[in-house]
Design a protein around this ligand. Structure first.
Ligand code: ZN
Ligand code: ZN
Length: 325
């Protein structure tokens, strides 16, 4: 008799140890306050991509390039510096991940989900090469459009068109807002991503991203420019909720650098047999493989509420099939 929780292992070189996938324990019923606290502490008191991007956001917002009165006007000086910083960050982080996993082959196929090579001599990619094509979309469209959103948010702050939350006047919200950013991003991502799968938009826009069936770090921002514009529109939250520029920068880095790291194709960076940095993007990698599932991410459980979650098991696959029929 077959085991209904058998992993759909035949499709994958590796599956995570924790299957079936679950949403973060924030918006679940019955409430799981202890689990929610544990999850929050685990994600914020260890070295991982999230804490790295929070630290980076704080450094940029408080020391490297704070919002100041010079940003009340759209002058070339500060905008070029901001763009250059984002280009360098993308080059170092996305390029660094690609170098480690796919050029130096630092850990071979260890902790890799799908061991098929990235696309070469494939005509669906520019230059017939998946990596070069993905780099072009990232650097010529993704980073400039992400930077444009950052410019807009800074200009809004500098002109005091939006209210600011700062550490001195509201320390509790200042801390909680860092926790809230990925939850907001997850909700936004599900909504825009599901809309992108509507047939009227898919072929014209989102199909660009889905040319990547197997993925690497440069695939994360390999999107049509219209999708870049919508994907980074999360930053418009500044109009609704009082935030500090550090929160906005974290949100930006979470998406601009986090999408590439979660598309790495690996569970994490392993050095000398030890996982030194988790970049687990398995839930989204299933979306690239199976397409009509997993539109969001773990932080906001819309996939689980709306029946579009593939949890990595045969049971999950069968539930999803029933949902579509
Ligand atoms: Zn999609
Ligand atoms: Zn993707």
């Amino acid at each position: 008799m077959s085991d209904p929780d058998r992993r759909v292992a035949d499709d994958w070189a590796l599956q995570p140890d924790y299957l079936p996938t679950r949403p973060a324990p924030y918006l679940v019923w019955p409430p799981q306050p202890v689990e929610a606290v544990k999850y929050t502490l685990k994600n914020h008191l260890s070295f991982n991509d999230r804490t790295l991007y929070i630290a980076l956001a704080v450094v940029v917002a408080f020391w490297l390039q704070p919002v100041d009165s010079g940003q009340t006007t759209l002058a070339a000086g500060w905008i070029v510096w901001l763009l250059a910083r984002n280009v360098v960050l993308a080059g170092v982080i996305i390029g660094g991940l690609h170098w480690w996993f796919y050029m130096r082959c630092g850990q071979g196929d260890e902790r890799r989900w799908d061991t098929r090579p990235l696309g070469r001599n494939k005509r669906r990619f520019a230059f017939d090469d998946q990596v070069k094509d993905n780099m072009a979309y990232t650097m010529l469209s993704g980073i400039p459009i992400a930077s444009a959103w950052e410019v807009w948010a800074r200009w809004m702050f500098a002109n005091e068109y939006v209210s600011t939350a700062d550490l001195g006047t509201n320390p509790v919200w200042f801390v909680l807002a860092f926790l809230a950013m990925p939850i907001w991003q997850s909700l936004h991502f599900y909504v825009i991503h599901r809309a992108m799968h509507h047939e009227s938009i898919y072929q014209a826009v989102h199909a660009v991203h889905h040319r990547n069936v197997n993925v690497g770090p440069w695939s994360g921002l390999s999107m049509h420019p219209v999708e870049h514009l919508v994907y980074f529109s999360t930053l418009a939250i500044v109009v609704v909720v009082p935030l500090h520029p550090a929160h906005v920068l974290f949100l930006l880095f979470w998406q601009m650098l986090g999408a590439p790291s979660s598309h790495s194709g690996y569970e994490g960076i392993v050095v000398n047999g030890k996982m030194v940095l988790s970049v687990d993007g398995y839930f989204h990698q299933m979306h690239h493989r199976y397409v009509r599932c997993n539109y969001g991410s773990a932080e906001f459980p819309l996939d689980y509420w709306l029946g579009t979650a593939h949890d990595g098991t045969d049971t999950g696959a069968a539930r999803l099939k029933a949902h579509h029929n």
